[in-house]
Design a protein around this ligand. Structure first.
Ligand code: 1HE
Length: 270
């Protein structure tokens, strides 16, 4: 494969999602720009399919949105008035399933955001591991104004990112946060100039892809669970996970490389 050239990925996806790969990094695009990447059921199911069927040699994923906005959230045209309560609960559970497949999937996911990141769009980004925003990005939770509520995991994940008081403010008042405010609040780990988000996301994904599979598994699956568990159980889980990671053949190689001066040092970055 030519380094840097995008190759197709053989997963059957709806037209609203487009997947390619660049070496070990897959690129998944929300490709419904004419509807501002509003997330309809077909797209949410497609997200679940993509993240559960990711080829084993894909080591990281970049997620982005086509057009002027990352995502306008839930496709409001699908909120049918005649749905019963159970159908509505199951609809929300579909989102939960799809986003769990992202958060607890096999590969780290870096989201490149721009323009509107609202409602379910922000819930989607919150299920990924690293968020990069360019300066055109803004965030909102218009559920409050639409007469609905979070349903894609936002009350769990967005509150953990920015805290209950900020989520209450966004939902009660319709306030939006700009890219700088969102960064200060903790939504993003990286804030870059307009148009530079995708390059930054690929740079970060390539770094994550170069880690060992065991370390990335521990970071994705063990770390968030340890953080939520009772400290004494967390510490035990940490020791067990550390043992598994240290005993992987790649770890032995990497530790030897460092001790024999073949590995990079941890230097200050500008
Ligand atoms: C949509 C949606 C949508 C756009 N569902 N069709 N989300 C919201 O409340 C956000 C609603 N959207 C907006 O506020 C604006 O569209 C944007 C600020 C994101 C972009 O504005 P703009 O001027 O670029 O685009 P537009 O003209 O508003 O939209 C273009 C088309 O997309 C238009 O359709 P058209 O047939 O007239 O061309 C819009 O109707 C359509 N569109 N957003 C359906 N969201 C699991 S629970 C999660 C709960 C939520 O996510 S609530 C938040 C819903």
């Amino acid at each position: 494969m030519t380094e840097g050239a995008d190759q197709p990925i053989d997963i059957d996806l709806p037209a609203s999602l487009r997947a390619t790969r660049r070496g070990a990094v897959a690129h998944l695009r929300l490709a419904r720009a004419e509807k501002r990447n509003a997330l309809d059921d077909v797209t949410v199911l497609g997200l679940e399919t993509f993240f559960t069927r990711l080829p084993g040699d894909v080591r990281a994923v970049v997620l982005s949105g086509d057009g002027q906005h990352f995502s306008a959230g839930l496709d409001l045209s699908e909120v049918a008035a005649d749905l019963g309560p159970l159908e509505r609960v199951l609809h929300s559970r579909l989102w939960h399933r799809a986003f769990e497949a992202i958060q607890f999937g096999r590969a780290p996911v870096v989201t490149a955001m721009h323009g509107a990141v609202v409602g379910g769009g922000l819930e989607l980004a919150a299920a990924t591991h690293i968020r990069v925003a360019d300066r055109s990005t803004y965030y909102g939770l218009p559920e409050g104004q639409r007469g609905i509520f979070l349903g894609g995991g936002g009350s769990v994940r967005i509150t953990r990112l920015i805290g209950v008081p900020r989520v209450q403010d966004l939902m009660l008042t319709g306030r939006t946060l700009n890219a700088e405010e969102g960064h200060a609040a903790g939504i993003t780990q990286y804030l870059v100039d307009e148009g530079k988000g995708l390059d930054k996301a690929f740079e970060l994904a390539a770094k994550a892809a170069s880690n060992t599979l065991t370390t990335n598994f521990a970071v994705l699956h063990a770390l968030p669970r340890i953080a939520e568990t009772h400290p004494s159980s967390g510490l035990l889980t940490e020791s067990l996970m550390a043992t598994i990671a240290e005993m992987s053949p790649e770890a032995t190689e990497r530790l030897k490389d460092f001790l024999e001066k073949r590995a990079g040092k941890v230097l200050r970055q500008s």
